[in-house]
Design a protein around this ligand. Structure first.
Ligand code: ADP
Ligand code: MG
Length: 720
């Protein structure tokens, strides 16, 4: 086809860029108003104040804002910027920007560059077209963007100009969060407060901020853009709604960690170069399991910055792919029958003085502080397993979870052999009070030292301990990581609060009682919440049975999972720690249900349209060819059979029936209630779409290749 010809004739059409031109050391942060740049450009006092805001969470004094604004402006203009943009993160999960020019007319026909503190700190985009889930009627569309001092401003380059970008929170004029960032900041604050209480119990009340950290691994597909534009389904819904399995799939496992194709490598170099300039510390890249699938991972950063960077990373991958004649697909399941894409969110917490609080050291049984933080996570994940499932729920991620390529929809924790053993001992030991003074003796002393880089990996677990952090693997590749981070920060804050309160009361401020009481507390946690720990094969049927016996939730679809956001315990959780008010939480449920319904309806419309206007015509053309061929053979008195014609005719009939059924089901829906509408989409529309697809995919295996209207899996996945 034309698409294949265009692909095989591809020539790189822009000058190659490489790291040699500018050493990496100079590239990193080149386009960021970083702490180092601040230090150089700001008066000492102003710099100090800004740093104390960033590091200590103190309020920014408005009078310094003008000074900062003017420094940022000068810096940006030196870098060629003509515009500035407040960047914000609406609940759609995407990134939004409002651009303004620095230039103000000067009255005498010239223009001067202006940028005041108030323009830096606050903006007012017309928020009416962003979903607010009922928080605000559209006639009162006032929404404000507020500078997030903790996330640095940066410059975005384009071949025709550059823009100063200022990361902001987006709130309504009543102060309610309309975005993904605000709750991240609030949840980090909640976690810090509770973690400080614990550190104080251990004698570490040095006041250093405890920050949650995140390192997201991003999986994605690359395909040639000629194929992309020839597939209305990919173009409009991000995934293929039709397409038979290629003769060679991923069963050979020869792509995983294989050599990276040249064009892809060129793309990676350029993407990484751009990301470096933006201060995004890219560390790893490799092929993933499926053909055409890759992964990129930065070093971990503070959760808030990691979230902003993650959004920027997805945008950069998409932009750069275009330049290389490809399209970057971040959908969770662009191709049926080959692995989908996830985003493993590595999560931990730490402070400048204490380091990583989830680092067990070589002898975890002696590391009481670690055991407490780890125990708090165990309790949190068990108690709020439904919430963790809800924050990764989307129409697209439903195709992955539980599909034997991604973790099951059942949330459990993989601890690995060593830690499981330590915690089992704690559970069996009960309250052991014969603790020799001076040593930390929670648990027993008989454990082997932690093998660094523990060989015990378990890809089937949705929430795995991986040496010094937890890795939340159920997150979808297209998702903002904000939701999962808000959930993790808040549920762990809740557990730390629980532990701190118990220990403060039980010890009455006497540090010598701490370890005995901690032993009791951890035993209790293991008894009540230990059933969340599972180190076995999460893909197996036995686990589904076992999990049911343990009373763990198995929320298979988005429709099952999202209502968790309405439960009293989740409302209580978020209001207690002032992360989300009831109204803010309810608005999120409404928006996520709406997004679910909209995605499936777009797919429904595309399925009908493609089936009717592309696949059906191809099928009857081929049927026509077969008919005239049979007629000719008959005229010549040849002996022949009509098997192919019969099969095509049968499939054409079932394609037509399938389309009619789907259309009827679509017309019969439109419920006022969002949840029942979503349920209808899940349990009626989707299966009927799959039925139409199954027929079409069978036709693909029969109809003449030159008549088939869509690029095939074989072409899309294997042509580089
Ligand atoms: P793998 O593919 O083996 O799981 P990668 O090296 O691809 O590992 O990714 C691991 C991710 O975990 C990286 O982003 C890394 O920075 C991150 N990480 C490491 N330590 C922490 C931590 N303390 N908190 C959060 N993320 C972390
Ligand atoms: Mg990983």
């Amino acid at each position: 086809s034309a698409a294949v010809a265009a692909v095989t004739g591809y020539q790189p059409n822009h000058p190659p860029m490489n790291f040699q031109q500018t050493p990496t050391g100079q590239l990193f942060n080149a386009n960021v108003f970083s702490t180092a740049t601040m230090k150089k450009r700001l008066p000492k006092q102003v710099y100090k104040q800004l740093i104390s805001t960033i590091e200590g969470g103190h309020k920014l004094d408005c009078s310094t804002a003008d000074v900062v604004a003017s420094a940022i402006k000068d810096w940006a203009i030196e870098k060629g910027a003509t515009h500035y943009a407040h960047v914000f993160y609406p609940l759609t999960g995407s990134t939004a920007e409002k651009h303004d020019s620095f230039l103000s007319p000067d009255g005498d026909g010239s223009a001067i560059a202006e940028f005041s503190g108030s323009q830096l700190i606050q903006g007012e985009p017309d928020g009416s077209s962003f979903p607010t889930g009922g928080i605000r009627a559209t006639f009162e569309a006032r929404g404000y963007t507020i500078w997030d001092v903790t996330s640095p401003a940066y410059i975005l380059e384009n071949s025709n100009g550059t823009t100063l970008c200022i990361p902001t929170a987006f709130v309504s004029w009543t102060g309610e969060a309309l975005d993904k960032k605000t709750p991240v900041l609030r949840s980090m604050q909640a976690l810090n407060i509770q973690a400080q209480r614990i550190l104080k119990l251990f004698g570490h009340d040095d006041g250093k901020l405890v920050s949650s950290t995140a390192g997201p691994e991003q999986e994605y597909f690359l395909i040639d853009r000629n194929f992309y534009y020839a597939r209305p389904d990919l173009l409009n819904s991000g995934r293929t709604l039709f397409g038979a399995k290629p003769p060679k799939g991923q069963e050979f496992d020869d792509h995983y960690f294989g050599a990276i194709p040249d064009r892809v490598l060129a793309f990676m170099f350029e993407a990484e170069r751009e990301l470096f300039k933006l201060g995004i510390p890219i560390k790893t890249r490799h092929n993933e399991v499926a053909p055409g699938q890759f992964e990129i991972a930065p070093l971990f950063e503070s959760a808030n910055i990691a979230t902003d960077h993650q959004q920027l990373l997805m945008t950069t991958l998409r932009r750069t792919a275009e330049k290389h004649g490809m399209v970057c697909l971040t959908h969770e399941k662009p191709f049926a029958g080959v692995n989908g894409s996830g985003k493993h969110v590595n999560w931990s917490m730490g402070s400048a003085s204490q380091g990583n609080l989830l680092d067990p050291g070589d002898t975890p049984h002696e590391n009481a502080q670690f055991l407490l933080f780890c125990g708090a996570v165990i309790r949190a994940v068990h108690k709020f397993q439904g919430l963790l499932r809800a924050v990764v729920a989307s129409a697209s991620n439903d195709h992955r979870l539980g599909a034997n390529e991604a973790p099951p929809a059942i949330i459990s924790i993989f601890l690995g052999d060593q830690l499981t053993d330590v915690f089992e001992q704690i559970k069996a030991g009960g309250a052991n009070s014969s603790i020799p003074k001076g040593t930390l003796t929670v648990g027993a002393d008989v454990l082997p030292p932690l093998p660094k880089d523990a060989g015990d990996r378990n890809r089937t677990s949705p929430f795995a301990f991986t040496g010094n952090r937890f890795e939340f693997r159920a997150v979808g590749s297209n998702q903002s990581i904000a939701g999962p981070l808000v959930a993790m920060n808040t549920i762990v804050a809740d557990s730390l609060e629980y532990c701190a309160t118990k220990l403060e009361e039980a010890t009455g401020g006497d540090p010598s009682k701490l370890h005995g009481e901690l032993q009791k507390l951890l035993t209790e946690i293991m008894n009540e919440h230990g059933s969340i720990i599972f180190n076995g094969d999460g893909y197996s049927d036995e686990w589904h049975e076992e999990a049911a016996k343990r009373g763990l939730l198995n929320l298979k679809t988005t429709v099952d999972a999202l209502p968790v956001l309405e439960t009293q315990e989740v409302k209580d959780l978020f209001t207690k720690y002032e992360v989300l008010s009831e109204r803010e939480l309810a608005s999120r449920l409404e928006i996520y249900l709406e997004q679910y319904i909209m995605s499936i309806k777009v797919e429904l419309n595309l399925t009908v349209k493609i089936a009717k206007t592309m696949i059906f015509p191809a099928a009857i053309r081929y049927q026509g060819e077969l008919v005239s061929n049979c007629a000719s053979l008959k005229m010549l008195d040849y002996d022949f059979d009509t098997n192919t014609l019969d099969k095509v005719t049968e499939l054409v009939k079932s394609l037509q029936d399938g389309i009619s059924e789907l259309e009827a089901a679509a017309a019969g829906s439109e419920s006022e209630d969002m949840l029942s509408e979503a349920t209808h989409c899940c349990h009626t529309i989707l299966p009927l779409m799959n039925k139409v697809r199954a027929t079409a995919d069978e036709l693909e295996g029969i109809v003449a290749d030159d008549l088939w209207p869509l690029p095939t899996y074989q072409e899309m996945l294997f042509i580089k």
